[in-house]
Write a protein that binds this ligand. Structure first.
Ligand code: CP
Length: 305
């Protein structure tokens, strides 16, 4: 009988228990303090992270690559343009081969099924760097940011104003793990897919302003992929009225925070007065991708230390 430890992947938010999140959050606070104090911390010397990008990225690539470097390891970037990934190599074969050459793998791809097939064939931990269905690393960093500014998120209300996308589904999984409530407002035609939702910790609002009422955190996301604005004119029309502006923030709790995972279109999903205003924590939110993912990688590779 094999005694080999099972591999721990991070493919969606619900893959960790609250106890695991509490541990990784504590490590992320410590790792952030070390970073701010220019303290050298190299627990992952000679370890290699491979980053597979089938979609564009700024924050995810930078935070994983810089993070692995800062932990003393190395990071290798692969995309579909100049690897065999874009030429039809089966994802199962890619998982087998890559995991024999490195210690941990981050994948940004289209369907959740693709990353799950990849992980099923990997000998090393696989992290979801975004799929169409989930963006757990971003929501993990968002929750860390909320805790930094306001303390525990348990029992709080998070407003989600926008379409039902990978961020919303990760927020809904997080609500179940951390015990908070999500007020969801999506325009008609961009509705929540109930088959993906395994929690009752949400309320749906037809009116996005009503969804912000009393919220402790107001969250939105880009409506149209950066660079595809012209093709998305119909989409922008459907979202008329969903912009997070000062009037909507005024309905939220007095100490409410605003978050956006970026990149953002000012004047579209969020007004400049909000994203550049005093309630916005978007720059901390972006930076915290680095600290949280360093703690996540450390945990997946070394366990509790
Ligand atoms: N928020 C986020 O995932 O940003 P990137 O697409 O730039 O990685």
């Amino acid at each position: 009988m094999s005694t080999k430890k099972p591999i721990k992947h991070y493919l969606q938010f619900s893959d960790f228990t609250l106890e695991e999140y509490d541990y990784v959050i504590e490590r992320a606070h410590l790792i952030k303090r070390k970073f701010k104090n220019y303290e050298i911390y190299h627990p992952l010397i000679d370890r290699t992270l491979v980053m597979v990008f089938e979609k564009n990225s700024t924050r995810t690539r930078l935070s994983f690559e810089a993070g692995m470097h800062q932990l003393g390891g190395a990071a290798i970037y692969l995309n579909t343009r100049d690897s065999q990934l874009g030429r039809g190599e089966p994802v199962e074969d890619a998982g087998q081969v890559m995991s024999r050459m490195c210690d941990i793998i981050m994948v940004r791809t289209f369907g959740q099924d693709i990353i799950e097939r990849f992980a099923a064939n990997s000998r090393v931990p696989v992290i979801n760097g975004l799929t169409n269905e989930h963006h757990p690393c971003q929501v993990f960093a968002d929750i860390f940011t909320y805790i930094e500014h306001r303390g525990s998120i348990t029992g709080k209300v998070v407003a989600w104003i926008g379409d039902a996308n990978n961020m919303l589904y990760s927020w809904l999984q997080a609500a179940e793990v951390f015990g908070f409530h999500v007020n969801v407002s999506t325009p008609k035609g961009y509705d929540i897919d109930l088959a993906q939702v395994k929690t009752e910790r949400y309320t749906f609002f037809d009116n996005p302003s009503d969804a912000c009422e009393g919220a402790h955190l107001v969250n939105t996301d880009v409506w149209t992929s950066m660079g595809y604005e012209a093709e998305n004119a119909a989409r922008i029309a459907a979202f008329d009225g969903w912009i997070v502006d000062g009037a909507k923030m005024a309905r939220a709790a007095p100490d409410a925070l605003f978050m956006h995972c970026l990149p953002a279109h000012r004047g579209e999903e969020v007004a400049a007065e909000v994203i550049d205003g005093p309630q916005s924590v978007v720059w901390d939110e972006a930076e915290n991708r680095l600290h949280v993912q360093k703690a996540l990688i450390e945990y997946l590779l070394l366990g509790k230390i």
